[in-house]
Ligand binder design. Structure first.
Ligand code: ZN
Length: 198
């Protein structure tokens, strides 16, 4: 488990990234950290890209329906004016934000803000996704969380897309994506075929 550094004794802010595949518990871990900050009476603001409207635009919700209130933004620069006098910032689904996100996060952390970012590190093709890879390079703390591969029981790092809908902006539920380990991900649809014929 990630143990947060002592916010009160650190003079400057920092960046934490929580990344991993679908169903790895990224949002759950983000919410856990943010709620601990709220309990400590720190001022917290949570953002998510407007494209993510699965559960309404004013909440960050994990798959098991734990949630925290959030502000929907279209670009990462909107956070600068919305984050005045805030001690902790949470950002969910960071892979859908623009390439300016790492710069904005660094500016905010220089002002003393603790910035916690959660997002997919890879898309359904296994490629680095949006601004998340860059954030991993500039963050002080990185937590890579894993799901469990339903085919072999190994740790899952990849998000395999079960449907053949075009584009990578699709947001997933259990019937659209499944987490897979590297090996089962590389086998692609062969595994689906085997499962459907068993
Ligand atoms: Zn596997």
């Amino acid at each position: 488990m990630f143990l947060e550094p002592n916010f009160r004794t650190q003079r400057s802010g920092w960046i934490e990234v929580i990344c991993g595949s679908m169903f790895s518990g990224k949002t759950e871990e983000l919410i856990r950290r943010l709620k601990r900050a709220v309990l400590a009476n720190q001022t917290v603001r949570v953002f998510k890209p407007e494209v993510d409207s699965r559960y309404g635009v004013e909440k960050v919700v994990s798959h098991d329906e734990n949630f925290i209130s959030s502000v929907a933004i279209r670009s990462s620069s909107e956070m600068v004016s919305l984050a005045e006098d805030v001690e902790v910032i949470g950002i969910d689904e960071a892979q859908f934000l623009d390439e300016e996100l790492p710069t904005i996060c660094q500016q905010l952390s220089l002002k003393g803000v603790r910035v916690i970012v959660a997002g997919l590190d890879m898309d359904y093709l296994g490629q680095p996704f949006g601004p998340v890879p860059h954030l991993l390079a500039v963050a002080e703390y990185i937590t890579k969380v894993h799901a469990i591969c339903p085919h072999c029981g190994n740790l899952a790092t990849h998000s395999f897309r079960l449907s053949d809908a075009p584009g990578r902006l699709m947001l997933g539920e259990k019937d659209t994506y499944e987490p897979r380990c590297r090996q089962c991900f590389s086998m692609g649809n062969i595994l689906d075929f085997k499962r459907n014929t068993e």
